[in-house]
Each structure stands twice: as structure tokens, then as C-alpha cells.
Design a protein around this ligand. Sequence first.
Ligand code: UDX
Ligand code: UDX
Length: 463
Amino acid sequence: MKITKICCIGAGYVGGPTMAIIAQKCPHIQVTVVDLNENRIAAWNDKNVEKIPIYEPGLSDIVAEARGRNLFFSTDVDAAIDEAQLIFISVNTPTKTFGKGKGMAADLKYIELCARQIAKVAKDNKIVVEKSTLPVRTAEAIKSILDNTGNGVQFQILSNPEFLAEGTAVTDLLFPDRILIGGDTSVEGQDAIQSLVDVYANWVSEDKILTTNVWSSELSKLTANAFLAQRISSINAMSELCEKTGADVNEVARAIGMDSRIGPKFLKSSVGFGGSCFQKDILNLVYIAKSYGLNEVADYWEQVIIMNDHQKRRFSSKIVQTLYNTVADKKIAFLGWAFKKDTNDTRESAAIYVADDLINEQANIAVFDPKVEADKVLTDLNYLDTRTADKNKEKLTVVPSPYEACANAHAIAVLTEWDEFVTYDWIRIYNSMQKPAFVFDGRNVLNRAEMEKIGFVYQSVGS
Ligand code: UDX
Ligand code: UDX
């Protein structure tokens, strides 16, 4: 099938940037991104392109180039489905908060709603592409809904997981390590795969486009995230040992990373990984393994999450212990709230859990993050449901500058690795703080020797 019109359901962190790049690289294809959330669509359409709802370096320029030419954002889901030959499903798949698989399995409610809507609206054959990360064999469920409720038209289901990382979405999309497309082995399935290959081939060389069966593609995405997260939990496990024994985890990481079989990436010890994917995907993997009775496999992967939770809790305990076992009514400055640098996304950020622990110890927290909005910080904390929103507001404030966050603070906790942190006037910050002035570097971004020279008591993860 020759693709001239694409629709993407879900204008989030994945759908928005991915479609912007497809539109930029394929000016001959009309790309319409739809979402139920009217505010989100309005923000994507904001005249001031800096106000699009997702911050990613380089993204606003691409949106400015393609928007209105062949890139459109709309709430008219039916019209976009009707027109398109190819439909990406990029809606969220949160962890279930109820019933069977609660806290582990993916909630596929939104995926099912999308499938039903496509089935209702479609009047001609369509290719439906799973972009959202899904438990293995979701395509089967989508196909069953489409085939049994549709208007007798033919659907092909492809799995095309997205590997972009937030903060580097544009580069990851422009220069992907690989594009993975899973489809049916039938002739029709292979045709559908080829249609999508042709879209990507506009800017990705064909040797980087892998095609597999649907199940392999779905499982590869979960496996990739599980392996990446496992590396972080592995180095974080070593960080605790380093702190006890006097080794430096950065040196250990460097030494092992030079082994070409291990490689240097993703070995940065931290206060714990966050983000919307790692925890959710591993819990999913654990749930799937358990549902097949593979308890050892499930337990093996669950350790990655257990270690990560431990790392976050260990960080807050260390702050309390170091501050003479009490932080009650002490001011602690948080530098960073996003789950990593160069994004305004805070989902599962370690900062949320560290704040929660410290507020349990009655600390007062002042947060500064260069990109995260104040409301978001409190919403994240309220979502944990540990205490009332009023109480959270009393104990945590969001301030517009790092200097304000640190003034009169007993300690600083670095929760995100924003580049700008190293450029601050640290002497000014030191002079404005209570003494001794402590820095707990959860990201190993500041220079120990420089901080100690100024007079800070500096502790970092893993040394
Ligand atoms: C999501 C999933 O979390 C991830 O697993 C998957 O790989 C890609 O999609 P993300 O784009 O980061 O990731 O999610 P989010 O930013 O929440 O965007 C999803 C969008 O879908 C939201 O804007 C939501 O309003 C929209 N949506 C959801 C619909 O338009 N219709 C629905 O029925 C449900
Ligand atoms: C991840 C995967 O990298 C991506 O391929 C997939 O599509 C979605 O999930 P993302 O969550 O956006 O992407 O960010 P990533 O860069 O992987 O970082 C995840 C978390 O791990 C962050 O909190 C980050 O700070 C942390 N991290 C990463 C470390 O603590 N140490 C590291 O060495 C690397």
C-alpha cells in the first residue's frame, strides 16, 4: 500500500516527536496527530512554537517547519482515522491500579478503546501500528477487536516499538540505532511491513530496518528496556558496596566500561532510574513471566526494581543520617525534579520519592528545576497519596531560582543531572547556607574537589 496519509492517536512524549520527524522527513505524507486531550492539542497548535507541550531539544524548530504544511494536530479523531491508510496507536498504557495484575500488568483500556474506534470508523483497509510499549501478544487482541467489530474491511497489525529516550528524542529519531517492525508472515502482512519500511526509508538506511514477527518485536522492546534498567541497578548495587569499602563507583564504571564486551554507556550510578518506561515495562515482564508459571524468570527481573527502590530510599536515609539524624523543620534544597536532564517529564522521577521520605521526616523542601512547572511538582507528590495536598504544600515549595532554593538550606540534594548546575555561583550558594553546608549529589554531576575547596561537605552516590 502506498502511504500518503498517516494518523497517530496520542500526542504524548512518543507520538508527538515521532510524528514531527516523519512529517519533516516525508513532505509527501500528510501526518495528523490526534488526542482526546483538547488542551494538549491546543498547546501543540500554539502560535508560539516554544509553547508546544513537550520540551525536547530541537523539536520546536521541526514542528515550526512542518506544522500546517503536512503536520497537523487535531481532536477530530474520527476524521483522521477515516482518511489515513496507516494509523499509529501511541496512547499511554499505565500500570493497572486495580483488579488482577494490580501494580504490575499494563492497563490496556486505552489501546482497546482505540481499536474499537478504528473498527467503527474505518471504511477501507488500514494498517494499524502499535507504537505504545505493550505486553507480548497485544496485537492479537487488537486484531480480534478489529476483525470482529469492523465494517468488513481488512486490517493489518504491525508492532513498531519506539526506542527514543527523552531529552534526546530528536537525535534518536533522526539517527536511530535500528527501526524494528514486526508483522504477520502472510503475504498481506509482508506488504504492510513493506509500506512502513518505505516510510522510514526516507531517512533511515535499510540495513538499520529490522523486520520480525509481531511477537518478537513486542518482546524486544520489553527486553531492551529491561536490559538497560538492569545495568543501572547493577552499577547502583556496586555503588553501595563502594561507599562501604572506599572504592569509587565512577572509577569502577570506567574500568569495566573499557571492556568492549561491557561497553561504557548506561553505567552511571544514580539515585535511581525514573521515567515512564523502565519500571512499568519490567513489572510487565515480571507479570507475563509469572502468568506462564516462570517464577525464577519473574524473580530475576523483579530484583532490578527492588534494587532501584532501595537506591532511592537509601539516598534519603543517608541525608537524614548525615544531618545528625534529624531533618525536622530543616530546609533541604532540591536541584532538579525531572527524571533526567533535558526533559520536563517527571514520571517516576526519583525526586518524588526522596521528597516523600524527607517530608515524612518533617523536612521543608525547596525545589528548583529549570523546566518543570511548579504545579507539576505538587501534583506528583499528591499522587503518592501519603498526606493531604495542603500538608504537601506546606512542606514543599517550588522556587524560580537555584539561589532562592539554597538560601538558608542545611543541605542540597541534586536529583537531576542538568548541565547548568555546574555553572552556578557555588561560592554565593555556600555563603547563603546554614553551616556545615551539605551537598548530596545523587547524579555525580558536581566536582568533589571544587565543592570541598569552597567548604561544602560533599557526598555523592558511590563514593
Ligand atoms: C505512551 C506510553 O506510556 C508508552 O508505553 C508508549 O511506548 C508510548 O505511549 P507517552 O507518549 O510518553 O508514552 O505517553 P503520554 O505522554 O501519556 O501520551 C499519551 C497520549 O495519548 C496522551 O496525550 C493522552 O491524552 C492520549 N490518549 C490516551 C488518547 O488520545 N486517547 C486515549 O484513549 C488515551
Ligand atoms: C528509556 C529507554 O532508554 C528508551 O530506549 C525507551 O524507548 C524508553 O525508556 P528514557 O526513560 O526516556 O528512555 O530515558 P533513559 O535515558 O533511558 O533514562 C532512564 C532513567 O535512567 C533516567 O532516570 C536516567 O537518569 C537513569 N539513568 C540512565 C541512570 O541512572 N544511569 C545511567 O547510566 C543511565
